[in-house]
Write a protein that binds this ligand. Sequence first.
Ligand code: PLP
Length: 373
Amino acid sequence: MPSPATTYVTEPYLPPLEEFIPYLQEIWDRKILTNNGPYHQELEARLQEHLGVAHISLFANGTIALVTALQALRITGEVITTPYSFVATAHSLMWNGIKPVFVDIDPTTLNLDPSKIEAAITPQTTAILPVHCYGHPCDVEAIQRIADNYGLKVIYDAAHAFGVCDEGGSIVRHGDMSVLSFHATKVFNTFEGGAIVSPDARTKKRIDHLKNFGFVDEVTVVAPGINGKMSEVNAAFGLLQLKHIPQALQRRAEIDALYRHHLQGIEGISATRSLAHQHNHAYFPILVGEGYPLSRDELYELLKRHGIYGRRYFHPPISSFPMYKALPSAEPHTLPSTYRASASVICLPMYPALEDETVKFIADIVRQPEAAP
Ligand SMILES: *Cc1c(COP(=O)(O)O)cnc(C)c1O
């Protein structure tokens, strides 16, 4: 089979351009470009409905949302988090002068291992910052039990988890806050964007002040807030994107099933499986292990030679970066499952426009690497 055109790990989901023009016309007519404009308010309302939560604050991006969530809850001291994530998770702690404490992941779910959390708690610990990695739900009950026992807050980095549900509804309702990213590479995107799900109206109000320099009204500033506001163009795109989300998730589910079908029974290759009631198929990670004829990096390079640009998310672990590696909790021997996953993972291309034939082409290379030219 001939190689498909260059294929990246993801491709942003763009509805037809003509569907976006009326939104732009409206913005031009209204001349309201930002600062909690009509599209901004409408997107908050639509997302609250869509996710079944009462309070959402939109942000310019997910990282500023994470930084602000920690401030809104007045988190200080030490926070327990996962080293197996995108760097922004730990960076949000550093931006608040908080010390990250890395705890190893569960080798099957690749999420923070709840059984390892208690040993990492000190008198300085104030919160837990877990990630629903690849959209796979964390063990929210076990984490909440520990948080309740020790009086800790829980902030979920739910950047991968838009559209993920357990039996009770969207998983972003768990913890004291959940933070979403709407970056171009995510399941639901607003070019750049993010949001905080907060538990009550009072907390939402505080977050809305913090993302607008701390302004409460024209003359009152209550905190050294940041500029974290989402613009009307981004919010309008979100409204349009939201209409297409059900089809996008449907197509992702089909691609996931197709990968699993074509990759069945290959020695040394395993695909992680989600325990979600409803999953979003945000990523398609495979682990390259013992029994496979190539190393992970050899397979990664072989795919690249065929125009298939997977990504080694998350390699290297956050804890190995220069600003973290001197922390006692960053010692590699204390994080064996993190290092194992990080050394064996490849995220294969996954996005709604991916063709069935490309999925088969990719799986064929993985199945018969020696036959690939
Ligand atoms: C994308 C991502 C972020 C950051 O979100 P931005 O919107 O890009 O700032 C944070 N955490 C995780 C796990 C992510 O994947």
